[in-house]
Design a protein around this ligand. Structure first.
Ligand code: ZN
Length: 405
């Protein structure tokens, strides 16, 4: 199948939405059912046996010549963010379908089976929790998740049942204990590195770990007209000073990113000196030690700033997830496949999370990034070059054939 056809299919799939005029496809919605039907048809046409697993994941499978050789997992997600682009997720699924079709056309069956997975939820738009589909496959889906409620009051369990899934049998989606060759995911980069280096594709070294914290600065509220400047304990000023320190710290450390995405002054009145300020913090790096050192330093900096202003600082860590390293052997094969097509191998970490994070608890994972225009993603302007997709298809095919040697 040509790269043009893969891109065309991504566009056709992007027309399947819950909302008129923009692409939004949440977990276990009628739009997801239509997307699964369309992609399932393409899987069947490529010679795959198609089913939907108990967690709503679309699964296409071709058998290998040697049942003892196990199964290679390929794929990505078919859900989207709100007002999404056409390629984040679907490109990885449709590139895998194209790969299976090409292998079949060539004949010469592989020893291992291939399964293409279209995950039912990666973005977490409906239930606020990421990787629902891939966690089910990895065997890490916790049954308590079934009680989560969406904005319309529908539980995850009920949504899954209406979708045709089996909430009581989500454990059946788990591939734990299966003989697996590994998992490989093609995905748009969602960043500007490949474009900056004029490269079609890159090999992912690791998916960055992340720390999230909530930081509360407590000073003293007072009248904006009567409390003199030298008698204030303005919590918002302390928070503001710290926000700039966060930016400076991240700029000083290569590949570290740190963001204060939410900032609130209380009580929030124009004529009151803020008595409290609450800031969120998100810190990411592919090296856990670098991330942890940065978080410690930012915590100490908040205390130092607070002490100088007579403002108390309370620090609450909300989440800490370690970096996920790509499997060295699979990644070396992926890099060899890139080199085989005469391209320099660019290795880069992923700042964004992917289904591969969840699958890494099940089997070795590798990821191939495809350049996207301007590094734009999670936006209708998301776009890829057909020639870059052609490179990705060639590399994926060479990688899979290489695994069989
Ligand atoms: Zn994605």
């Amino acid at each position: 199948m040509s790269a043009a056809e893969v891109v065309r299919r991504c566009s056709e799939l992007a027309a399947i939405s819950e909302e008129d005029g923009r692409l939004t496809r949440r977990f276990a919605t009628p739009a997801m059912a239509r997307a699964n039907a369309l992609v399932g048809g393409w899987m069947a046409a490529a010679g795959m046996a198609v089913r939907t697993d108990p967690a709503g994941n679309l699964v296409g499978r071709v058998e290998g010549a040697d049942p003892a050789a196990g199964t290679l997992l390929l794929g990505s997600h078919l859900d989207t963010v709100r007002d999404a682009g056409a390629f984040d997720g679907p490109l990885g699924v449709l590139a895998a379908v194209a790969c299976v079709e090409r292998l079949r056309t060539e004949g010469a069956p592989l020893p291992f089976a291939i399964e293409v997975l279209g995950f039912s939820d990666e973005e977490g738009l409906r239930y606020g929790t990421a990787y629902l589909g891939s966690r089910a496959v990895a065997g890490t889906f916790e049954p308590a998740l079934l009680d989560l409620v969406d904005d319309d009051g529908v539980t995850l369990g009920a949504a899954l049942r209406d979708f045709g899934g089996a909430p009581d049998e989500v454990g059946g989606a788990s591939r734990r204990g299966d003989r697996l060759v590994g998992y490989c995911e093609v995905h748009i980069e969602q960043g500007p590195v490949l474009e900056g280096r004029d490269m079609a594709v890159g090999v992912v070294s690791a998916i960055a770990g992340a720390t999230r914290a909530e930081v509360e600065f407590s000073g003293r509220a007072g009248h904006a007209g009567t409390v003199p400047m030298d008698a204030r304990h303005d919590a918002a000023c302390a928070a503001a000073e710290w926000v700039l320190a966060v930016e400076a710290a991240a700029r000083a450390e290569p590949a570290l990113v740190a963001t204060v995405g939410r900032l609130e002054a209380r009580p929030g009145a124009p004529n009151v000196v803020p008595g409290a300020a609450i800031a969120s913090l998100d810190v990411r790096h592919a090296d856990d030690a670098v991330r942890e050192a940065a978080v410690s330093a930012l915590r100490a900096e908040a205390q130092r700033i607070g002490a100088g202003r007579g403002v108390e600082v309370a620090w609450r860590e909300v989440m800490s997830a370690p970096a996920v390293a790509a499997d060295p052997a699979l990644t070396a094969r992926l890099a060899a496949a890139v080199a085989e097509h005469g391209l320099p191998v660019v290795t880069l970490p992923s700042g964004a999370g992917h289904d591969a994070v969840a699958l890494a608890e099940l089997t070795g994972v590798a990821m191939l990034f495809v350049r996207c225009a301007g590094g734009v993603s999670h936006h209708p302007d998301e776009s890829v070059d057909e020639a870059d997709v052609a490179v990705a298809l060639d590399v994926l095919h060479t990688f899979v054939r290489g695994l069989a040697r």
